[in-house]
Write a protein that binds this ligand. Structure first.
Ligand SMILES: O=C(CO)[C@H](O)[C@H](O)COP(=O)(O)O
Length: 212
């Protein structure tokens, strides 16, 4: 299972400091949407240059102009760019076409999607990587709900990531689910000791994998 660190609502210096502290525990680095809005594609480029061996996810949250934004992300060194599932099909296929040209990937963010039939449509469009997402603002109403998983009931042939307020307490409840990537942001980035927290959370995942 991949462990993805989401860098959100942080300064550039703090992003690099956090990466230094957590790099041994993380597999994928996500440059968060707000960080990209603040610093542009330069920070995606600079993080990829500093950590070329890590898979870099540019959380572009594209919802239109798919071709243009996918080119921006991949030219900056992203390995994966994100697109919103509610976008027009043409937006999604445009990003997939660019990803194919670059030999890169698209992660489709399911934020706001409640109808499982959209998953079938996405699969038919050629999507092979999705993220279940319980949004930052939704988190103000409580923790991620179990019904998020009904979207992927019986789904095969797609890699699944999950994000949304996952912390040390909720992590273990996710480990039995069919997940390929666990995305963790503030539980690590706002921790007193981010390096230790990332290490502890990664250990829980690794131990689960050894036991199952
Ligand atoms: O995409 C995001 C917000 O839109 C975040 O990257 C994702 O929610 C993970 O961060 P956190 O663990 O703090 O919720």
């Amino acid at each position: 299972m991949n462990f993805q660190l989401a860098l959100d609502r942080l300064t550039r210096d703090r992003c690099f400091q956090l990466l230094k502290e957590t790099e041994a525990s993380i597999d994928w680095i996500e440059v968060g949407t707000g960080v990209i809005k603040e610093y542009g594609m330069t920070i995606v480029r600079d993080i990829k240059t500093a950590y070329p061996e890590k898979i870099l996810v540019a959380d572009m949250k594209t919802c239109d102009a798919g071709q243009h934004e996918a080119i921006q992300a991949f030219e900056a060194g992203a390995d994966i760019t994100t697109v919103m599932a509610f976008s027009a099909d043409r937006t999604i296929t445009a990003t997939l076409e660019v990803a194919k040209d670059y030999g890169k990937r698209v992660m489709v963010d399911l934020l706001g999607v409640t109808d499982p039939s959209r998953l079938i449509e996405l699969q038919n469009l050629g999507v092979d990587l999705i993220s279940l997402h319980y949004g930052k603002d939704m988190q103000l109403e409580g923790e991620m709900k179990e019904n998020l998983f009904t979207l992927i009931d019986g789904l095969e042939g797609m890699e699944v990531a999950i994000a949304g307020g996952i912390n040390q307490h909720s992590l273990s409840g996710l480990l039995g689910k069919r997940l390929d990537t666990i995305i963790i942001g503030s539980a690590i980035t706002a921790a007193d000791n981010p390096g230790q927290t990332a290490n502890d959370m990664k250990k829980v995942v690794k131990q689960y994998e050894v036991d199952h």
